[in-house]
Design a protein around this ligand. Sequence first.
Ligand SMILES: [Zn+2]
Length: 483
Amino acid sequence: MKQYELIVGLEVHCQLATRSKLFCACATDGFGEAPNSRICPVCTAQPGVLPVLNAQAVELAYRAALALECRLNARSIFARKNYFYPDLPKAYQISQYDQPFSEHGKLLIRPKGAAPKTVRLTRIHMEEDAGKLLHEMGALKIDGSLVDLNRAGIPLIEIVSEPDIRTSEEAYAYLTSLKEVIQFVGASRCDMEKGEMRCDANVSVRPLGQEKLGTRAEIKNLNSFKNVKDAIDHEFRRQVELVESGGRVVQETRLWNAEKQATVSMRSKEDAHDYRYFPDPDLVPLTAAPERVAALKASMPELPSAMRARFTSELGLSEYDAEVLTGDRALAAFFERAVLEAPKAAKTVANLLATELLARLNAEGKGADAAPFPPAHLGRLAGLVADGTLSSKGAKDVFARMWETGKDPRTLVSDLGLSQVSDDKQVLEWVTQALAANAKAAADLRGGKDAAIGAIVGAVMKLSKGKANPALVNKLIKEAVKA
Ligand SMILES: [Zn+2]
């Protein structure tokens, strides 16, 4: 049997994080609200209305494009994409066609178990979303369909990749990186459950070594990263089996059925000319003035990949910790401000953040900006661990109180009497007592049974009520048995 290569290009729609729609003042918060509660004459296409472009949407779209290393075109055109469907009241969608606002980007992806790789982006364009057909409302089955236009006119960007993706793992990694970057620059919240990020996959196969691309099928209805991965794997097998049995892949749109774990044919795929694109005469061309682009570039935050590199090389964090911290912009900012307070204890700050803080934030469904204490407090807590004032157990206790009270850790350490005892004389006194009271363990230790140290350390901790500095205790016991 011939070997086949999988070729995938992805088209991802992200909802821009604006408060109002792309061409009218209707709110974008209609998810889960009453149908048609976020509509006006513009987004329902009443006669005589005119669209007005949302400046904030343009700003966010540009930020996404710059973060994805795309070129911003000096001039771009909004075009009408004509098709009839009940969820589209104008019978055309305002989109961009041959002159999109942005082209030629790239995204570094890190597929599981493989080397990092760059996927080229063909283009990013702006467009409005359509409405939604309802076939049921809650438990109520509707006889026929009802139309909800809350989503009609919601601002989207469509990010189109080149067919550079070769495995379903790469597709998964692409979506992960894309979401990370887009969220990081604040262009979209990318909440898939609310339809704020959607993905279509163009999948084809070709015999290994062949240059010409095979006919592709477009797969829709992919509402999770896992679905994208599963659908691509399934579609690869389907196309290879089809070709091997003498059949031919046809250009069509297929729907992913997650229950059946299969794609099913929906319709033959339209070509661009079927949509009768033409420039929308109601909208002037969009221009990206050089000074505006320059200002925007200057305001772009450091991106997660650059930040990860800096955290590992300059602060000595592990890849894993750097990954956790840069997974969310607010968390990364919290970490950076905390480290200012304890520059030499970055690892301890990262540990406290990744374990204690993140566990509690996640449990309460909060972001780092909702932490009940300022970042400096976490930095100070790490500093207290680093200078030996607090044991790691003590740090956990103080952290718990910080979470409840928001108080400064230094105040809490003295309030709770948690300071570690690092005074040599005091600790040596406890060590001497512990050795005398545990003659067998002491003899074993002198005889070379290193494991016996545990019993002596335990006895010292009991005598000191847990306050003896463990590193010092270990050191003094070893010195005492050698003497
Ligand atoms: Zn409206």
